[in-house]
Design a protein around this ligand. Structure first.
Ligand code: AHR
Length: 494
């Protein structure tokens, strides 16, 4: 029996809702087919955006959506994606499968998507192959209210009012696909490009600099030292590969309990990354003004057999649900510095929420975790005292439990718990103090399955879905429950 202690009256920070952000790139079938089908499609749509997908995404309360890439961002020229669709140039998507990009989904379509979803746009600008002038003009086009060449062009294209764009990324992976730059060089480029990302009117931009890949602490050090005072956020990218080998990452659905363990062990590396990058940021920014923006994270497997290797299409199993729950708990625990995170990617790419095939759509186990955990958005983090039992394989041990707790505006607690063990249940006792009600209302939801590889398919779309978690006992301020092996649960108290 594992004991957890929670003082419901304590607070350890606020969980920024943007930790529940998403990322949609012009990659494979994410934007085209997955989100955008065009006005003339037989698939029911509103202004070209497929209705089934937008309805499902609305169920997640997506707070912020990053677009147009990724690597694609640094070869995207936004002016190709405005004006009458028949006049928009067709280009090659060199990074992702060499397919034709017809630019039918551009600035107006993305902003329409954000409006339909009620989400904040996070636009990633082009530093790698774009100009300062181009970036400046994009912001003017989007946000300037008045008489100017770009505002006039926007109006000519049918949008009178400016939009609000708070989040703007200055380049993506500038150490790699975004230009192969050294941190010293990029820091200067960031300062130069960022200068011209203007605040027009009352649109105040939160500028995000390209941050490190995984454990490249030197990059964070240089960026914070040379450009920290010019930025609001600094990004971090880390993907979970079961094997750690980019040449053979492992299958999304065919894996054994060793690969299960390895995947969870590797995803827990996020804890070390957040701690160490935050420590460097603390050195230059003790007031924690600059946010750590984990704007790409999630699992990355071999593509599904027979699919285009450049499309990064992968299935999503119970293992992905655990990866999602563990990372979200970590982001909560680091909410003093982590101000945003964007899982890669929304539809049909990497650790997706939704998979589509023609007019069919399926929700993944990851979708269900995001839906269950959305109660933590903007809630106060409540510290949890826990000494987790170990989950051991051979000579290696990781914690068996991943937990976080928050208190919402109405005073209700939400406790999210993941049992990482592939075969052993986890009985827990939660000692709660500081509650206003001696016999609070309890309810819970759980995502679990007998098979570790369980996943949803178009033929069997509801194999993995949340169920009520009713085996909750309350006695004298102690909540008792047993988490089945390989499960993710959220318990509401109060
Ligand atoms: O998410 C897929 C790709 O991974 C992104 O385009 C890039 O930024 C990262 O390398």
């Amino acid at each position: 029996m594992t004991e957890l202690k929670i003082d419901a009256a304590k607070t350890a920070g606020t969980i920024n809702r943007n930790i529940y952000g998403h990322f949609a790139e012009h990659l494979g079938r994410c934007i085209y087919e997955g989100i955008w089908v065009g006005e003339d499609s037989p698939i029911p749509n509103t202004k070209g955006l497929r209705n089934d997908v937008t309805a499902a995404l609305k169920g997640l309360n997506i707070p912020v959506l990053r677009w147009p890439g990724g690597c694609f961002a640094d070869e995207y020229h936004w002016m190709d994606g405005i004006g009458p669709k028949e006049n928009r140039p067709r280009m090659v998507n060199t990074h992702w499968g060499g397919t034709v990009e017809n630019n039918h989904f551009g600035t107006h379509e993305f902003m329409e998507l954000c409006e339909q979803l009620g989400t904040e746009p996070y636009i990633n600008g082009n530093v790698g192959s774009g100009t300062v002038y181009e970036m400046q003009q994009w912001m003017e086009y989007l946000t300037f209210d008045g008489e100017s060449p770009m505002a006039n062009l926007r109006k000519l294209n049918g949008r009178e009012e400016p939009w609000k764009v708070k989040y703007f990324g200055v380049g993506n992976e500038s150490w790699g696909c975004g230009g192969n730059m050294r941190p010293e060089y990029y820091a200067d480029e960031y300062r130069r490009y960022g200068t011209y990302v203007r605040n027009y009117g009352d649109n105040k931009v939160y500028k995000i600099a390209c941050g490190a890949s995984e454990g490249d602490y030197h990059w964070t050090e240089v960026l914070m030292r040379e450009a920290g005072r010019h930025m609001h956020g600094l990004s971090l990218h880390y993907y979970t590969l079961p094997t750690g080998n980019w040449q053979n990452k492992g299958s999304a659905t065919e894996f054994d309990s060793t690969a299960w363990f390895e995947t969870l062990r590797r995803t827990l590396y996020m804890e070390e990354l957040l701690t160490k990058h935050s420590a460097i940021m603390d050195k230059y920014d003790p007031e924690k003004r600059v946010g750590l923006i984990v704007d790409e994270w999630g699992t990355w497997y071999n593509v599904e057999p027979g699919t285009n290797p450049g499309f990064l299409y992968q299935q999503n199993s119970l293992r992905d649900a655990l990866v999602a729950g563990i990372n979200l708990n970590l982001f909560h625990q680091h909410c003093d510095r982590v101000q945003m995170a964007n899982i890669a990617q929304t539809v049909n790419v990497l650790q997706a929420m939704i998979l589509t095939e023609g007019e069919k759509m399926v929700l993944t186990p990851t979708y269900h975790v995001f839906e269950m955990f959305k109660v933590h958005q903007d809630a106060e983090l409540v510290p949890v005292e826990l000494e987790s039992p170990s989950y051991t394989l051979g000579a290696v041990s990781i914690p068996q439990l991943s937990v976080s707790c928050s208190r919402n505006a109405e005073g209700k607690l939400h406790l999210s718990l993941c049992n990482l063990h592939h075969a052993e249940a986890a009985p827990v006792q939660v000692k709660l103090s500081g509650l206003t009600d001696a016999a609070p209302e309890l309810s819970g939801r759980i995502l679990a399955h007998d098979s570790l590889q369980a996943h949803n398919t178009f033929a069997d779309p509801e194999k993995v879905k949340p169920a009520a978690f009713t085996a909750l006992e309350w006695k004298d301020g102690v909540l008792s429950a047993t988490l089945p092996p390989a499960s993710v649960a959220v318990i509401a108290i109060g």
